[in-house]
Design a protein around this ligand. Sequence first.
Ligand code: SF4
Length: 518
Amino acid sequence: MAGAAAVVEGVYPRTVGRSYTLRTYGCQMNVHDSERMAGLLEAAGYARSDDPATADVVVLNTCAVRENADNKLYGNLGHLRPRKVANPGMQIAVGGCLAQKDRETIVRRAPWVDVVFGTHNVGALPVLLERARHNAAAQVEILEALEVFPSTLPARRESAYAGWVSISVGCNNTCTFCIVPSLRGTERDRRPGDVLAEVEALAAEGVLEVTLLGQNVNSYGVEFGDRGAFAKLLRACGDVPGLERVRFTSPHPRDFTSDVIAAMAQTPNVCPQLHMPLQSGSDRVLKAMRRSYRSARFLAILDEVRASIPDAAISTDIIVGFPGETDDDFAATLDVVAEARFASAFTFQYSPRPGTPAAAADQLPKAVVQERYERLVALQEEISWQQNRAQEGHTVEVLVATGEGRKDAATRRMSGRARDGRLVHFTPGERTVRPGDVVTVAVTYGAPHHLVADGPPLTHRRTRAGDAHAAGTRPGGPSTGLGLPGFGAPGPEPAVAGCAVGSGAVGSGAVGSGEGAR
Ligand code: SF4
């Protein structure tokens, strides 16, 4: 492994006249990391390519938790090879979790790759590209631990109205199906003051919605000795001028505490939405997964959330067919799903992740898993549909988005998310509504996966985010603390005292309003 490339405060090698394109696979962590990679490349002088097929640099930000992830990576690299042969000056960089896992193997199997970098050294990308060009040799650099919190790097934000803000990276849990801890490392918490400064900077640029991001947001603060830090952070977000919506992903039932529920209920801009990964309704399977809560505790949390936030839309992740899952175990999952009444669920058929403990266990026959999966999906589909039908006639506030409705052009609708996270397709009629604007609409139809509002909007608020989207501008510039290590114990201030983010199973289907399909 080469030595760590230095990321000097705000200084990157200048590479003018070259274009780049980025392909992102996997979870929200990767999506946000890609915003950092794009920001770094643009800070270094690269321009985003209008035509990905002719870009000078292709960056693949990979995911290791999807089925056959490595086969897909080498398939993609194989497709890029003829371009590289025809244009040797073109560069290919592979980053993300699969790069962290496979390291030198990538350049051994695909020697036309120029750069391999991991999850802990995203900031090295421009330096490594430059070094690979200068030395005319592949550069592989993987660090074992985070040196610079990615949030300290420049970002090219994708959205003018909604932004991701990392509060932590890594995970201290050891779920037996998940490869995240070995690839993202143990949890590192960002200082509350730095998180808040980034939230404030986004809101000051007109961003209306922020999603706080961590593998397990409920353990935020453990690293610097404040178990109440996440609830305090939510409350502090409530005081950020202009910030209308705060979401977070993902909580962990083990660490979910009443102070967080109180903070959600009492902070008006925290949305009435909770994504709480169940994974299994069987206590025996939860134990085998090394998930330390039990189904009764999980349901008790939901009861407490609903007592404080009656309109909360609660979604979940469930794995079907974990090794050793019996008919009785699966029946227990169906029972919990029936009782929990999730608004939506991401359902996964278990498949082994190399390097995880569960991968070594005897696997269930595919036909058994498939049959259980279909029964679970049918049950959740019915529950989701009932809940969405109950929304008919209700007025909902929608933050208008782009890319949420595949059929919008044909139906002349626009789409966005209600405060509780439900996907809403609405008819703007004669109004000029822009992504980033806020409308209120009356729901006319509740479908299993979305709501429809076919009357004209009841209200339409033009926002600065809508202006920025229309103008093509995005929140930009480096975020707070550029060049300074931003994790660890908080400094003398601060103003405030997932685990589905890449959770590790596949064969997924979203059941309920969380999915964009129609
Ligand atoms: S599933 Fe979530 S909590 Fe469990 S190890 Fe993976 S990231 Fe951590």
